[in-house]
Write a protein that binds this ligand. Structure first.
Ligand SMILES: Cc1cc2nc3c(=O)[nH]c(=O)nc-3n(C[C@H](O)[C@H](O)[C@H](O)COP(=O)(O)OP(=O)(O)OC[C@H]3O[C@@H](n4cnc5c(N)ncnc54)[C@H](O)[C@@H]3O)c2cc1C
Length: 143
């Protein structure tokens, strides 16, 4: 979703293919952002959306030692505790404001590349043609 937002803001025609039916995530693995991630979101003027729902904390660690970065030269000298399902919901609301097409409930089953682009095979005998295909499909990536 972050890459889709970046591409859309750069005026690249972009589509996301997501096999889940929507952005509701059952359970959460990731539990927060470090300072630099908040800075990147701030550069896109959306950091406040995450800060409003998370819990600011000094949570950068070296082994068991907490590194206090409250005097670091950044607007966000802290970590933010926020669950992945909240992150996904906020990201989804953001990209809904951008020209990003999302194909929910659609699985990438294969692809074939040629000199000009890539044909992407989708579940339900559908397909997409694109110049580039980017694998953001997790640890067991098909792509
Ligand atoms: C047990 C566990 C604990 C973790 N704890 C933390 C933590 O505390 N803090 C932290 O920062 N990170 C944690 N992580 C890591 C974090 O969850 C991952 O780094 C992060 O989710 C990776 O994001 P991603 O977008 O690359 O992939 P994912 O979050 O896996 O997203 C991939 C998306 O692609 C979709 N997809 C997959 N295959 C296809 C397909 N063929 N067609 C269409 N869609 C497809 C999936 O439905 C999914 O929505 C943990 C991971 C695990 C497994």
């Amino acid at each position: 979703m972050m890459l889709a937002a970046e591409l859309a803001l750069a005026k690249v025609d972009v589509a996301v293919v997501e096999r889940r039916p929507n952005h509701v995530l059952v359970g959460s693995r990731a539990g927060g952002f470090h300072s630099r991630t908040i800075e990147v979101l701030d550069q896109r003027a959306v950091a406040d959306r995450f800060l409003a729902e998370g819990q600011v904390a000094q949570a950068a660690m070296l082994a068991t030692t907490v590194l206090d970065m409250s005097d670091f030269p950044t607007r966000h000298p802290y970590s933010l505790g926020i669950w992945q399902n909240q992150i996904e919901r906020i990201m989804a609301a953001w990209i809904a404001e951008l020209p990003v097409r999302i194909h929910h409930g659609c699985e990438v089953t294969g692809f074939a590349q040629d000199d000009n682009g890539v044909d992407v095979e989708l579940s339900g005998d559908q397909s997409l043609r694109a110049r580039y295909l980017v694998g953001c499909d997790g640890g067991r990536s098909v792509i």
